[in-house]
Design a protein around this ligand. Structure first.
Ligand code: ADP
Ligand code: MG
Length: 693
């Protein structure tokens, strides 16, 4: 295997374009991408032709506009290149129009009422900043998906708009520092966690098949207590999967490194090298899809759910985010000169203010039924948003705010724009791993994302909230006579008004929950709690100001998210009902019958059968309890379903259905611990978690 032959071999990337396009077309294309200008049809035609020839040489016959509807998955509709040649034969054709715009009949994608069914056809538009690629012998063209009146129906469109917003405002701010920046790009490197289990075991669990997580299951004798899995030796079957996965991803130009084992048994992580957020989002979607496919080839199933197993660490996604100018200068990199440092500190202040003002949006951006199991469960950051800067940087900002010298280091006076900042340690030793949003030297690591998420939403929010702060700062600085004094003022004000969002301690502790409450920070534990804030007047104003979402788009998204939540919980509840009534209760009945027979036989033989009788009585009591809990769950789901509004349905799921599910599970899991293994109707936690070797 020659890496240089594999890497990017299935991508119509810059090198391929340079090689295959006429120079003038290539230059025109590059310029359009850099300046966010639309392509002319002539140029698109030339590119389409070259793309088709390249793909056909690789055995491709079909193309698809590949997009990310609001389901959070990716969608594609395949068309073939084949066109009749007029002489009874066919030719392979693909033109600029087909490249730039597609019209999938997409009426069954969620639109939250944005697209009336009589005009069900939305359109897809090529995103030339994300390369086309070949997957399953199909040329995939990354596209945005909109309704005919221009409403975004996908996750890419708002993300692209947010990239434009942050670039525009960052450029404004940087110009005030005398920089000639033309564009600022947001980049991200997502670390992706996942579980691998044996497909044989997976297929015996209807809960895993229908919902991606186990709805029943007692704690195994061995879980993650020993922490022997973390960075432990990788099992041969998993290692083979990882090698295959890397290769598949490299072909698609994803710079992936399948890495170490994670904390939980059967849990692993993969991370690519960071790239611009729209490309990283596309690549992460592909990665998730390919992980499942490659796992299947190895007889394994890849679980991307946030919490496949209760009592075992769930899976998240760490979103490492930064902003870089077209000259390659990372805005979160502390500078080497006093002037650079004034800019750096101002940008840090922007982040502090943005995060504090928009805690609700950050929380919403990571909200899902699956992620509700993690946030605040002592394995992931809590549902409370805060920011970690480290003691050093916090101390410096505080010193500036207080108008005093930074005392931790005598040699370090921090007057804005006068002194060089001390070097911040870039090493990982003192990094706070419990913070939801941590400054890690030259990027912010947003750690609240669930493993199954599209990273589009969280990055749309990060880009927008910092764009808004940059915009406010630029407004103020443009008017200021004394720039240095103005920066000092801004930092002082930000630390005073928003310093409460900084927390460098242990975010998993109960003290933090109390402390956060004292500081007046939001604590929105569930999806339904936080979604209530999505369409607040402030949030609508923010998104409209920066052209990221219109008010209608926000309301539609809120509705879709609540609807998804309710549907998901209902499917989970129905699956539980099904498994309890058809599998678990009958299994317990059979086991009870055997014990009852034993009691009888022992008594007949004149042997004391007290302990058997006791077990039987215990099981029967649990059975009765389970039957009652099952009936209660049935009623709760029925009632929730009959609610008249989406919102009330969602709340009924949160307040009635989930507690009823938990109650049923508790009894069922207890029965599992008392029932002989051969009677239990499906693989247990130890079967699942230790199914791969
Ligand atoms: P961790 O120590 O949290 O496990 P990793 O080294 O596994 O971190 O992953 C860090 C991720 O952050 C990688 O995807 C990496 O490419 C990305 N990253 C590194 N520097 C930057 C940056 N300046 N901007 C965005 N992402 C970055
Ligand atoms: Mg990380």
């Amino acid at each position: 295997m020659v890496m240089s032959e594999i890497f990017g071999s299935m991508v119509f990337n810059d090198a391929v374009m340079r090689e295959r396009l006429p120079e003038s077309t290539y230059n025109e294309f590059k310029e359009c991408c850099e300046k966010d200008r639309p392509l002319s049809l002539e140029v698109a035609n030339v590119i389409a032709g070259a793309m088709k020839d390249w793909a056909v040489e690789k055995g491709v016959t079909h193309f698809t506009h590949w997009f990310q509807p609001m389901t959070g998955l990716s969608a594609e509709k395949h068309d073939s290149f084949i066109t009749p040649d007029g002489n009874g034969g066919v030719i392979m054709e693909f033109n600029g129009k087909e490249l730039i715009k597609g019209e999938p009949d997409a009426s069954s994608f969620p639109s939250g009422g944005l697209r009336a069914t009589f005009e069900a056809r939305g359109y897809t538009a090529w995103d030339p900043t994300s390369y086309a690629f070949i997957k399953d012998a199909t040329l995939c063209i990354p596209t945005a998906f909109c309704s005919y009146n221009g409403h975004a129906l996908d996750k890419k469109t708002p993300l692209l708009r947010s990239m434009e917003a942050v670039s525009k405002q960052a450029v404004r701010l940087l110009r005030l520092f005398g920089r000639k920046t033309e564009k600022v790009l947001s980049s991200v490197g997502p670390e992706q966690e996942y579980f691998l289990i044996d497909t044989g075991a997976f297929l015996k669990r209807r809960d895993l098949i229908f919902t991606g997580r186990t709805l029943f299951g007692a704690k195994p004798p061995k879980g993650q207590e020993l922490e022997d899995h973390y960075f432990g030796a990788i099992k041969p079957r998993v290692a083979a999967f990882m090698r295959d996965l890397d290769e598949e991803l490299w072909k698609l130009g994803v710079l992936a490194k399948t890495k170490h084992n994670e904390v939980a048994p059967a849990q692993h992580e993969i991370a690519p090298i960071y790239t611009t957020v729209n490309v990283a989002t596309d690549q992460n979607q592909m990665t998730m899809e390919i992980m499942k496919k490659v796992a299947a080839r190895h007889g394994m199933t890849c679980l991307l759910h946030e919490k496949p197993f209760a009592g075992v660490n769930g899976s998240g996604k760490h979103n490492n985010w930064s902003l870089t100018t077209n000259f390659g200068h990372n805005l979160f990199e502390p500078g080497k000169s006093p002037a650079d440092n004034a800019q750096f500190l101002l940008i840090m202040a922007a982040m502090i203010a943005a995060v504090d003002k928009h805690q609700d949006l950050l929380r919403i951006s990571v909200a899902s039924a699956g992620n509700d199991h993690r946030l605040g469960a002592n394995e992931a950051p809590p549902a409370i948003v805060s920011i970690f800067l480290g003691d050093e940087l916090t101390g410096i900002l505080q010193a500036i705010a207080d108008g005093r010298t930074y005392s931790k280091r005598a040699d370090c006076e921090v007057e804005i724009g006068v002194h060089v900042l001390p070097k911040f340690p870039m090493d990982t030793t003192d990094r706070n791993r419990t913070s939801p949003l941590a400054f890690t030297g030259n990027k912010f690591e947003f750690r609240m994302l669930g493993s199954a998420f599209s990273i589009a939403g969280p990055n749309t929010v990060l880009n927008t909230i910092i764009a808004d702060e940059f915009s406010d700062f630029a407004d103020e600085l443009e008017k200021a006579d004394d720039q240095k004094a103005c920066i000092q003022d801004i930092i002082r004000r930000v630390m005073k008004e928003h310093g409460r969002i900084i927390f460098n301690g242990n975010n998993y502790s109960d003290e933090w929950v109390r402390e956060a409450k004292k500081r007046g920070l939001y604590n929105l534990p569930t999806t339904m709690d936080c979604l209530a804030y999505l369409d607040s007047p402030e949030n609508i104003a923010l998104f409209e100001k920066h052209g990221v979402y219109s008010a209608e788009e926000i309301r539609a998204r809120k509705e879709i998210q609540i609807e998804n939540y309710s549907k998901l919980i209902t499917i989970e509840a129905d699956t539980m009902i099904d498994m309890a009534s058809k599998d678990i209760l009958p299994a317990v009945t059979t086991y009870e019958k055997e014990i009852a027979g034993t009691v009888k036989a022992l008594a007949a033989a004149g042997v004391d059968a007290a302990s058997h009788a006791e077990l039987l009585a215990k099981l029967e009591a649990l059975y009765a309890d389970a039957a009652a809990k099952l009936a209660a769950l049935r009623e709760a789901v029925g009632k929730a379903r009959r609610e008249k509004t989406v919102e009330r349905y969602g709340k009924a799921c949160r307040d009635k259905v989930i507690p009823a599910m938990n109650a049923l599970r508790k009894v069922a899991d207890e029965m599992e611990t008392l029932t002989a293994k051969k009677y239990w109707p499906f693989p247990t936690y130890d079967d699942l978690l230790f199914s791969v070797n």
